[in-house]
Structure formats: C-alpha cells, structure tokens
Write a protein that binds this ligand. Sequence first.
Ligand SMILES: Nc1ncnc2c1ncn2[C@@H]1O[C@H](COP(=O)(O)OP(=O)(O)OP(=O)(O)O)[C@@H](O)[C@H]1O
Ligand SMILES: [Zn+2]
Length: 459
Amino acid sequence: MTLHLYNTKARTKQVFQPLDSNNIKMYVCGPTVYNFVHIGNARPVVVFDTLFRVLQAEYPKVTYARNITDIDDKIMKAAKENNEPIRDLAERFANAYKEDMAALNNLEPTITPYATDHIGDMIELVSTLVEKGHAYEAQGHVLFAVQSMEKYGSLSNRSLEDMLDGARVEVAPYKKYAGDFVLWKPSASDEPGWESPWGYGRPGWHLECSAMIKAKLGKTIDIHGGGRDLIFPHHENEEAQSCCAHDGEEYVRYWMHNGYLNIDGEKMSKSLGNFRTVRDLLESYRGEVLRFALLSAQYRSELDFTTSLLDQAKTALDGLYGALREVEGIDTSAIDANIKSTPFYQALLDDLNTPIAISELHQMGKALNKANDDQKPLLKAQLLAAGDLLGLLQSTSAEWFQKSGDSELSAEEIEGLIQERLDARAAKNFARSDEIRDYLKSKSVILEDSKEGTQWRFE
Ligand SMILES: Nc1ncnc2c1ncn2[C@@H]1O[C@H](COP(=O)(O)OP(=O)(O)OP(=O)(O)O)[C@@H](O)[C@H]1O
Ligand SMILES: [Zn+2]
C-alpha cells in the first residue's frame, strides 16, 4: 500500500503524490508564544511529528517547518500585563514550548522560522497583492479584498454569505467589504512595528505563515497541517494570499487537520479556561504517556481527555516495556526489522491510523512474550522499530520502570512479595497479607486479585 492522506480541501482520502519525491515539504502552524501550551495544542504537534516520521521512512528527504509566531496582539497584551519586554516574554514561552514538545518525544522540525525574522518577506508579499489588485490600503491598514478571488472559500467550503454570518468576521470602518481581512496594520509609536510602504506597522497573523512558507519552502508545498479550527479563517486566508500573489499557482497539495481534544465534550481551549498545560501534566505523567494517549485515537476524530485515558496509556506502556524487559540483553542493532511489511506499518500508511497501529504494537508485545529464543531478536527489533515510528518505546525498560513507578523494587522482589502474600492468605494471616499489600502500594505497586491469580502494575 502507498501512503493515503485525507485532504481537507478534496474532502476525501487520496493517494499521496508529492510534487518532488526527492524532497517532501511539510509546514505546520506553530504556537503564538504568550503562555504555556495545553495538551490540546500538543495534539497537532504529536500527530504531525508522527507523520514526519512516516514520511522519513518513505522518502529520502523531508523538510518539515513549524513556525513560531512571536509578534501578535496576544503577545503584546501578555507582555503589558506581565510588565516584561515583548521579546523576552516571547522568547521565554518559545523556549518553554520547545522543552514541552521535546518531553513528548517530538523530533525537532527541520526548520523553525520565527515570524519577526521574515518581516521583509511579509512586506514584499503585501506589495505584490496590492500591485495585482487583490489588496487595498485604508487608514494605515492593508486589507485583502476577498471578492477579488473567485475561489475564496473553497478550502473551508463556505460561501461569502456564510462567512459573514460567522462570529469571527470583524466589522471595521476601513473595510470595503466586511469579509476582507487584515494583511498589515498600523502600530502606535509605543507598540512594536516596522517601517513599511504603508507606514509604521505590523503584520496580520495569516500573512505570517504565507510569507514564511514562500521564504523557507517555496511557492507550493506538499502538506500543510494544523488543528481543525485553523481551516477558517487562518488557512483559507493563507491560501487566498499565496494563490493570488502567485497568479493562481497551487499553494498546498494536501491540507490536513486534526480533530479536537475535548474535556467534558467541549474543545479544550485557552479562551474557555478548561485546559491542562503540558507542563503541569508532566509533573504527574511521563511525556511518553501523554504522547501515547494523544495517539490512541485517529487524528481526525475527537478525543476525550480524562484521567483514565492517561492511566490506560500508562498501563499499556507498562505492558510493552514489560515485554522489552524480558529481552533487555538481546542486541538488535544488526537486525533488519523489515517493518514496512507489517500490518502495523500499513495502518500508518492508511491516513495515519494510529489506533490500529497501537493494537498491532500490542500484538507484537504479546508475540515477544511468547517467543522462543530464536524468534526473540527479530520480534524485539520489530517492536522497537514500530515504537520509533510512533515516537514511543525509546527508553530502556530499566529507565521506564525506574522512573515511572518511583519504585526501588524490582519485578522479582514484587513477585516474591506477592507469593508471600498468597502464602499468608492461605495461612489465614490476613494482617500480614494486608501489610504486604500496603507496603507495595507505598511503592506505587497496585495488586489486582482475580480467579487467575494476582496481577500487579505500577500506579
Ligand atoms: N483542543 C484542541 N484539540 C486539538 N488541537 C487544538 C486544540 N486547541 C487548539 N488546538 C490547535 O493548537 C494549535 C494552537 O492553537 P491556539 O493557539 O489557537 O490555541 P487555543 O487553545 O485554541 O486558543 P484559543 O482558546 O484562544 O482559541 C492550533 O493548531 C490549534 O488548531
Ligand atoms: Zn499558519
């Protein structure tokens, strides 16, 4: 099977055919750096990082850009409230973002463009749009005239009337048409800004990505990603700017959007205040657990964020690392895992079907548990290679069990105590049996009794 991706613009799954198979170009909208990101914001990062890994397995070269928006009204507001220079605040949160994303095992993108390094490119793009009759200047602002583009609305599949009904369209006296959007806006003398043909000012958000893509990747890219909320207006407007500046040349071949991470059925978002920051969650959970949880649903579906989602992710990883612990000593460096022939890999090629891939990962773990000595090296190599494609299972099992359970007990010691507890119970010495259970609990080891015997797991 070849890679198939769901293209938002075509509204269907398509065979992925890149412009140049020797260099795949992907861009994902990065954060506006004015606070710590929440776990919902991490979903697109983890999803597109996984796609980056799959693309790297399929193609010789992949150029992946994820920007940092370091100039924006939200940043200006946060800096004022914090009494901190804008640059310092933006840098602080950009660095925090990089740390948080690294903790979730996301690879560094090939390029991380900063908006403020591309102001010249943005001014050039606005000038081109004005020259070509797609933009106009009014009261220090430059606006994109949406009626000048026949296909405006084709990405989000909206008519101009629908868009005007949407709450997001800002009515302003300097607009010729209410649906027009800002490319450039004036800055007061105490606000950040740059000299431009339209006076001292700063770029609009949509413009930033169009200009950075052109500067870093070229006029046409293969994949552009982000969360579903970016389809309109952000991506619709990016596409309008870039297509019109480049005389209708294709901007993006495959538009991809992830579904929301929800809390109690509502989108987790800063504005609703129903969020958990990645930073805060990392106090209680390892980054790999958060990543596993985010990959447990197909990226286009919604995913409910609950404590039990994280607990299940933790238990699942305990099981997989448990299988690896038994084969810790086997060196697999010289083994060809031949991962591409597995159902695991086929699931990833099918529009990144990570829930199926994860269930295949569990099958691999089970097979490894049951394997004889001859089979173990290949099965271990496969499990590690599969884990790598998902950004999982890259610690040693010793590291995993040491850090995750905060327990100094080895599996043998735990199993020894479980046997002692069973013996105590058989002898009706319930005080001793409870004592052992409590002691294990203090070491974050949870016991579950059933007809089949006693199972244990780290809390
Ligand atoms: N709950 C969510 N689930 C999945 N992706 C999300 C979620 N919230 C935001 N994103 C994505 O995270 C990235 C950054 O988004 P943004 O900074 O607008 O965050 P936000 O929390 O939605 O903010 P706001 O509440 O102010 O709209 C975008 O790609 C966006 O689509
Ligand atoms: Zn963008």
